[in-house]
Design a binder for this molecule. Sequence first.
Ligand SMILES: [Zn+2]
Ligand SMILES: [Zn+2]
Length: 334
Amino acid sequence: MIQTAVAIAIVAGCVGYVVWRWWSVWSGKTAGRGGCRRCPPAPRGELGSARPTAPARKPTDLNEVVRHSMAVVMNQLAVNHVDLALDLMAELPAAFADSNQIQQVVVNLLLNAADAIGPDGGRIRIITGIARIPPRGHAVVRRATCPRGHELMDPAVRIGGLAGIRLLARADGPDLTVHLDPVYGRAQNLGFGSIHEGVETSFCCPECRRDLVVPEQPCPVCGAPLIAFLAAPGDPVHFCSRKGCRHSDWPSQDLAGDRSLVELRVEDSGKGIQPEDLPRLFEPFFSTKGNRGTGLGLAVTWGIVESHEGTIEVESRVGEWTHFTVRLPLAPQS
Ligand SMILES: [Zn+2]
Ligand SMILES: [Zn+2]
């Protein structure tokens, strides 16, 4: 039977998660540590073992990193009879990256590809270029406070590997702790835990209990009150208070528009990844290789990309191919 579906996991900033997870709000009761089946469990200690040291970032030629990485894995590729093709963009703008850490990423992806190909041979293609990425679906909230400066990021509850944004919700029942997905605006699924569909909910800071409603600025879609937290002083992120309405906006990101990133793709003609394995692919100790791999390779890869504030995506067709795409910020213009 030919499997035609292409399974995609998008890892925004990190352990990407499957496509229905964006900007969800979760009840603390159901989304607590280990309680949410779709969340990577990622207890801090465990993920910590896959977390790299802080990157020493400077302007880095990704093409150069690719050439060094190939030298490292050449023997392994030869053993697997891999046909390697390079499609490197000439005059590629510099990434803002730690070249040693990114080399580890490229080596991991190449070894992973060689492994997917197995001993009978196949093709790997490495492509570099520039990608234009819209903020919606990609920008990640990495800092969040209430207007009085209380911290809202909650590293104890991770959504797609990233710290969730913790708020207190008040609707028709007792107060609930909820966590917002820190990835901006992707196919929002405002769950609001046990809150009923259509109910307007008030949200407040869990520390000072200050109401986070935005005065005199209703939701442009449904007219319900808008809620705001701050991604930086003077940089509000808004979402609609009514469960079921999917509106959100992040004015500073929307105004800045599409962002250019340096892109690296590793394509292989290997056995592909089972759709059910995609959501766990970047978890520490998850391995599709039986006893052969330690399972840390892709978790380390994820951790490095995340620490660069980059993204990693994987697309795969079972029995045919897998494509990994890593995107890294450009080096600041001097
Ligand atoms: Zn507060
Ligand atoms: Zn609305």
